[in-house]
Structures are given as structure tokens and as C-alpha cells.
Design a protein around this ligand. Structure first.
Ligand code: NDP
Ligand code: BG6
Length: 513
């Protein structure tokens, strides 16, 4: 008789699973554009936070690459400043000891020859077995050049296993459909799809990931998550900051490319997608791509009514004067770049047929808030008609992405007292209160996933191409009507009045204020 199987499988409780440390294998991280804004504001602090949470590999090193001539000491001191007062001085010093800097021009073979030597030396010391992560954090125009030279210099071909050499590409991935395709072709000449991590940092936000848990780990929402019960959906990503020092990039991008093509459409997909078969990178990304095929952006004859574009003029935010966009450093005095957009769109499938989705994003709005509001239909008829003068308010589910991360549900309830009076009340889940921690930085989670080889939270090329296909006609229209189609709004307001009219004409209003 065959011996019984001796495989022992441990069944973890949910809490044990959450506490499990995911330990990536030792690796070398190369950041191109390491002297830049993103690297200092987000990437180094994210790596350091992983160190503090004991989530970095047992051993690792980071090589910053840039044209700026810097010694290791000067580079390390810049990073130390960027870390501020997080952690102890010893913890910061220990982290910084893993960092070195290589200065060189991105288009010269010599830079990659020097990088190859540096990698080989550090691999020996840190026992990384040739596992390398190349992170592109330069202006996007340089991506093709860098990837090409990583290929021709042999650095892209890992010395041990291909699987542990990875490429991280910062957004924007292209500036229209054709450039996104070209960039992909250039990258795919050198890297395989499973080595490529196209960043959309919104996907790394804890509250964004929570949309899937909320929808698919609770049985009560799925039956009402469709056109029968949902009246419409609003997605708002508002920023109080202006363009700051990024005019060089933003002048060419505008809010449609900067926020809609990636972050807002990703949020839309998470709200609208069908349940995937599993929480596996491909299963999740397949469902998101399916939503994109059903998205129906305003058709050519509706663009004028359903797409509102604006640019901020001078104004005031939190009692501080804010300059007009055209007076910001680096902005052309006659710029037609849009800093605000609102649009109405639909998803033409069985679940969502006829449900409007309103998307809105802008800079220099009154406050920083990203929120998804799902408004349910009103009750079919009110039994309180004779007692309550006003119409009953519909239920609204708010996913608060940031700040004050959480989820709330607006309900109608009886006001205390002998009379029949109804009020709207809110049931609220506050992330920090419930878990006793503030949500971790998106970039930390994304770095960890790259090291672990998990692509679930990264954009796939087919998704990106869908998003550009949707956006290209809008961008063309924008070019055609650049002057007449652009409305001005004072900094500190919620965008041009036409954005309110977009909803008002259908008897609705923006719920995030
Ligand atoms: P920066 O403008 O700060 O550029 C990064 C580095 O690239 C610079 O330090 C510089 O390093 C090098 N560089 C800049 N301009 C040129 C040039 N014309 N030719 C060659 N090298 C140049 O960019 P960010 O750090 O803001 O952004 C990097 C990437 O990340 C971009 O693709 C951006 O779109 C994306 N991103 C940025 C965000 C942010 O908040 N900053 C948010 C989301 C995405 P050196 O001169 O030393 O070579
Ligand atoms: C970036 C955009 O992708 O996202 C910026 O390029 C924008 O313009 C930023 O400010 C917003 O990110 P967050 O995480 O602050 O909402």
C-alpha cells in the first residue's frame, strides 16, 4: 500500500496572514534620475520606510545614476535630508550606507560600462546573485535611450536568472497611443513582459487596494452593484497645489494626460470591474482591461458638452494668494494647457448600462481630496410623503482615498422625537482609527511588489493602450478648440461653473466639496 502523503499544510488565520513578512531576495536597485524630485520626495523615503518595517531584503544596495556630478558623500547627504527626521539617526545612517552614486550621461555607452563594473563589484559584496532592478525616474523622453543601452551593454540580461532582473517605468508611459506603442516596442526588444513594471502610484495606495477587498470580500454589495441600484458614480481627484516646479513637464501634459489617462481611469476600473477569478496579477488585470473595452467616452458630437476643461487664474487658497497658472515659473504666458477637467462617460455593458460616471480632477482647487462617491437610486416611492416635505436623500457610499482615508455610507434615519422627521446620517469607517496606523506610502508597497515579482498593482500594456485610445480623440479635440474650449477658474474654487452645470443639467451635483 502506498504511504500516506506527508505534506503538511499550515492553515493561517487572517491575522497571521497579514503579519507574515514577505521577504524579497537580495538585490541591487539602480535609479536613473536619482538627483531628481521624485527620487528624493518619494523613492528614497519609500525604500527607507521598507527598511524600518523590516521588509527590505537581508541585503541590498542602491546605485543612483544622474548627469549631475556628485560624490557618494554629497549624494548620501542629499538623501539624508530627504528622509527628514523619520527613524533614528542610526537607522538613517545604516540605510544611507547602502547608497552610492554614479554620474554619467544617459546616452553614452561609457555610463553603462561603468555601471556594469559597479554592479559586479557590489553584487559580490551584497550576495545579490545578479538580481537587479532598473528604475526609470528621468524625464520620459530618456526612457528609450536608457533601455536601449541597458540592452546593448548586456546589463538587462541578468547574470543569473532573467526573472530577477526587472524594469520599473515611471509614468507617463507615452504621450498618446502611438508613442505609448513605440515605447513599448523599444522596451520589449530588451525586456520580457513579466520583467516590466509600469508604475501608477495610485494603485499602491492602501485605500485604492481596499476597493477590491470591499467589493469582493463582502457579500452584501455585489447584488446592488449595478445599474438597477446605482444612479451614478463620481470620481474626484482634487489638489490644492499648483503646478509647482514641474511646468516643463506639465505644459506638455495637462490634467487629462497627467491624471485621467492613468490614476482616474484606474480608479474607475476598480469600481466597475467584474469579480476576477482570483487575486492574481493576470486575473485582476484581465478584468480591468475588459472594463476599458466597454468604456464609452463622449463621442465627437458630445465633446463640447461632456468634457469641460479649465485653467486656474489668480485666486486664494486657505487665505493665501495663489498666482494664475500663466504666471507660474516656466509656464508660457499664453499657455492653453488645462489644469482642470471634468467629464461624463458611460460603461456600455450589462452591469453599468445607462449609469453615468463623472470624473473630475484639477490643480489649485480648494483642498486636496481624492474620493469616489457611488450614489444609489432613490427609493421607488416614499411612504413618508405625507409627513416629510422634502424628497428623501439617496444613499451614497464614499470611498475616501485621501486624506482621512476611510469609507462612509450616507443613510436616512429618524430624527429623535415624537414627530416623524428624517435626517441624513453617516456610518463611517476610518482607516487610522480602525487599524491604529496611518496608511503606508504607495511607493513603498510598489517597491516591495517589484522586489517580490508581483505585477498585480502595475499597469499592463493592453490597459495603457486602451486608455490612450480613449484619450486621443479628447486630446485632438482639445488641440482643435484650445482657446475657445478652455474656461478660466479662480484658484481656490471647484473649477469653472460649467463643471457644475455638467451634473446640474441631469439633476445632480458634485458630492465632494
Ligand atoms: P526631474 O525633472 O526632477 O528629473 C529627474 C532627473 O532627471 C533630474 O534630477 C536630472 O538628473 C535628470 N534630467 C532632468 N531633465 C533632464 C534632461 N532634459 N535631460 C537629461 N536628464 C534630465 O523629474 P521628476 O523627478 O519630477 O520625475 C521623474 C519621472 O517621474 C518623470 O517621468 C515624471 O513624469 C515621473 N513622475 C514624477 C512625479 C513627481 O512628483 N515628481 C510624480 C509622478 C511621476 P541629472 O541632471 O542629474 O541627470
Ligand atoms: C502625479 C501627477 O502622478 O500624481 C501629479 O503627475 C499629481 O501632478 C500627483 O500631483 C498626485 O498624486 P497624489 O498621490 O499626491 O494624489
Amino acid at each position: 500500500m502506498a504511504a500516506a502523503s506527508t505534506v503538511v499544510s499550515k492553515v493561517f488565520t487572517k491575522d497571521e496572514l497579514c503579519a507574515l513578512e514577505r521577504a524579497p531576495a537580495p538585490c541591487g536597485i539602480v535609479i536613473f534620475g536619482a538627483s531628481g524630485d521624485l527620487a528624493h520626495r518619494k523613492l528614497f523615503p519609500a525604500l527607507f520606510s521598507l527598511v524600518l518595517d523590516h521588509l527590505m531584503p537581508k541585503d541590498f544596495y542602491v546605485i543612483g545614476v544622474g548627469r549631475t556630478s556628485l560624490t557618494d558623500v554629497a549624494f548620501q547627504s542629499g538623501v539624508r535630508q530627504a528622509l527628514g527626521t523619520v527613524g533614528t539617526a542610526e537607522e538613517r545612517a545604516e540605510f544611507i550606507s547602502h547608497l552610492t552614486y554614479l554620474s554619467g550621461e544617459y546616452h553614452l555607452e561609457a555610463t553603462y560600462a561603468a555601471l556594469g563594473k559597479r554592479l559586479a563589484g557590489l553584487d559580490e559584496v551584497h550576495q545579490t546573485h545578479g538580481c537587479h532592478i532598473f528604475y526609470l525616474a528621468t524625464p520620459p523622453a530618456l526612457y528609450e535611450v536608457i533601455v536601449g543601452l541597458l540592452g546593448s551593454s548586456g546589463l538587462a540580461a541578468a547574470r543569473s536568472s532573467r526573472a530577477c532582473t526587472r524594469l520599473v517605468v515611471e509614468k507617463p508611459f507615452g504621450h498618446d497611443l502611438s508613442s505609448a506603442r513605440d515605447l513599448n516596442v523599444a522596451i520589449r526588444r530588451v525586456f520580457q513582459e513579466d520583467q516590466i513594471y509600469r508604475i501608477d502610484h495610485y494603485l499602491g495606495k492602501e485605500t485604492v487596494q481596499n476597493i477590491l477587498m470591499f467589493r469582493f470580500a463582502n457579500a452584501i454589495y455585489e447584488p446592488v452593484w449595478n445599474e438597477k441600484y446605482i444612479d451614478h458614480v463620481q470620481i474626484t481627484a482634487a489638489e490644492s497645489d499648483g503646478v509647482e516646479h514641474r511646468a516643463g513637464y506639465y505644459e506638455q501634459a495637462g490634467v487629462l494626460r497627467d491624471m485621467f489617462q492613468n490614476h482616474l481611469l484606474q480608479l474607475l476600473c476598480l469600481v466597475a470591474m467584474e469579480p476576477p477569478a482570483s487575486f492574481d496579477a493576470d486575473a485582476v488585470r484581465n478584468e480591468k482591461s475588459k472594463v476599458m473595452t466597454a468604456v464609452s467616452f463622449p463621442s465627437a458630437d458630445r465633446l463640447g458638452q461632456d468634457v469641460i476643461r479649465g485653467q486656474y487664474g489668480a485666486g486664494e487658497i486657505e487665505r493665501e494668494a495663489a498666482p494664475a497658472y500663466r504666471n507660474e515659473p516656466g509656464v508660457h504666458p499664453n499657455s492653453f494647457t488645462e489644469t482642470f477637467a471634468a467629464l461624463r462617460m458611460e460603461i456600455d455593458n450589462w452591469r453599468w448600462h445607462g449609469v453615468p460616471f463623472y470624473l473630475r480632477s484639477g490643480k489649485r482647487l480648494p483642498k486636496r481630496v481624492t474620493e469616489i462617491a457611488v450614489q444609489f437610486r432613490r427609493v421607488p416611492t416614499s411612504i413618508f410623503k405625507s409627513l416629510v416635505v422634502e424628497e428623501l436623500s439617496p444613499n451614497v457610499l464614499h470611498f475616501r482615498i485621501q486624506p482621512n482615508e476611510g469609507i462612509s455610507l450616507r443613510l436616512e434615519a429618524k430624527h429623535p422625537g415624537p414627530k416623524v422627521c428624517l435626517s441624513s446620517v453617516t456610518m463611517h469607517f476610518d482607516y487610522t482609527e480602525a487599524f491604529g496606523v496611518t496608511p503606508p506610502e504607495a511607493y513603498a508597497r510598489l517597491f516591495l511588489d517589484v522586489m517580490l515579482g508581483d505585477q498585480t498593482l502595475f499597469a499592463r500594456q493592453d490597459w495603457l493602450e486602451h486608455s490612450w485610445k480613449l484619450l486621443d480623440p479628447l486630446l485632438q479635440y482639445e488641440k482643435d478648440v484650445q482657446e475657445t474650449g478652455l474656461r478660466s477658474y479662480p484658484a481656490g474654487s471647484w473649477g469653472p461653473p460649467e463643471a457644475d452645470a455638467l451634473l446640474a443639467r441631469e439633476g445632480r451635483q458634485w458630492l465632494t466639496r
